[in-house]
Design a protein around this ligand. Structure first.
Ligand code: UDP
Length: 334
């Protein structure tokens, strides 16, 4: 058993970070959150976590937190995540995701923090030669978002070779759903992700759902993705944390997905099934830069970390996303 760890969670007021805070607490660890609240929400942070409003690039603040809280490890979620925005404003992505990560890693090294878990993305693969994608396949990102994350992966590799430090890079596939106890969920304003848009439409917050592309090389012509429940992803972070502490000589780069995918139509069908209603679907052209299918090979994370998903069920993912979207409506209406 790993001892109780003090973990600094950057971006802990955001979608995935707020679930990681809960997973840390459920596993008996202590979470300290730093978030600049640009996209996150103070209310999304569990009450027993220590909260600092601040920016990860503020070295003096981060180093003070590390000292004061006796930080053992960092889970690094803070960053920008909208792919089309990264194309129109690449410097924002290289600043928020790459430069600020460099500052954070330096603060970790200066402060003697020896472990980091990093939120990376399947976007580092670009358009993969084949699917499922393995971690050792070429990383050729096709947008600045993927490149900004890949550059941070490279920094971590080099820093681990030079210092007493190890890391786990987790490459997320399509993260969806919400905490099964409805304590937090996807709350981002103006989100662009399919399931979030679909549940908003199901609750009357949107008129319809656009289907971007119907001529892909997939069984029904719409894009196929590997949707992973956010709570399974959060638990992967806790297992990764414990693995880093247990074997400080070893670092990891691991895919996080279920190893199978659903098309856009199948996701919308699941929403229709769960709500017993019919979403209005608008067939549109392809969105720039979207691959046909993106599915993980998840054998490495299962074998190395013993990770086992608990919510690998599309209808359940939809149910949890819907339950959270209803709760969010209540929160937003005060
Ligand atoms: N998609 C869609 N309509 C939307 C949003 C997304 O058809 O309103 C499709 C998108 O083209 C892709 C899949 O849904 O095939 C997942 O897209 P999302 O933006 O959720 O995640 P991404 O895979 O881009 O990270």
């Amino acid at each position: 058993m790993t001892k109780k760890l003090n973990v600094l969670v950057t971006g802990g007021a955001g979608y995935i970070g707020s679930h990681a805070v809960l997973a840390l607490r459920d596993a008996g660890h202590h979470a300290v959150v730093i978030d600049n609240l640009v996209t996150g929400f103070r209310w999304a942070v569990a009450e027993d976590a220590v909260f600092y409003e601040g920016d990860i690039s503020d070295d003096s603040v981060v180093q003070k937190i590390i000292r004061e809280q006796g930080i053992d490890a960092i889970m690094h979620f803070a960053g920008s995540v909208v792919v089309p925005e990264s194309v129109t404003n690449p410097l924002k992505y290289y600043y928020n995701n790459t430069s600020k990560s460099r500052s954070l890693i330096e603060s970790a090294i200066v402060g003697g923090v020896r472990h980091m878990i990093f939120s990376s993305t399947a976007a580092t693969y670009g358009i993969p030669e084949s699917s499922p994608v393995r971690e050792d396949m070429p990383t050729v990102p096709i947008n600045p978002y993927g490149t900004s994350k890949l550059m941070t992966e490279m920094m971590l590799r080099d820093v681990a070779a030079a210092h007493d430090f190890n890391y786990c890079t987790l490459r997320y596939f399509n993260v969806a759903g919400a905490d099964p106890q409805c304590r937090t969920g996807q709350s981002t304003v103006g989100a662009t992700h399919l399931l979030k848009i679909a549940v908003e439409a199901a609750l009357g917050k949107r008129e319809s759902v656009s289907v971007f592309g119907t001529d892909y090389a997939t069984p029904d012509g719409t894009g196929v993705r590997d949707y992973i429940h956010v709570s399974d992803l959060a638990s992967a972070h806790v297992i990764a944390l414990e693995a880093l502490v247990d074997d400080p000589q070893r670092s990891h780069t691991l895919n996080c997905g279920y190893g199978h995918g659903y098309s856009v139509m199948q996701v919308l069908d699941a929403v229709d099934r769960v709500t017993n209603n019919k979403l209005d679907r608008k067939m549109e052209g392809r969105r720039a830069g979207d691959p046909d299918a993106l599915i993980s090979d998840n054998s490495a994370i299962k074998e190395r970390l013993g990770w086992e998903p608990r919510y690998d069920d599309l209808d359940q993912i939809v149910q949890h996303a819907l339950a959270w979207e209803r709760r969010l409506t209540d929160i937003q209406s005060g």
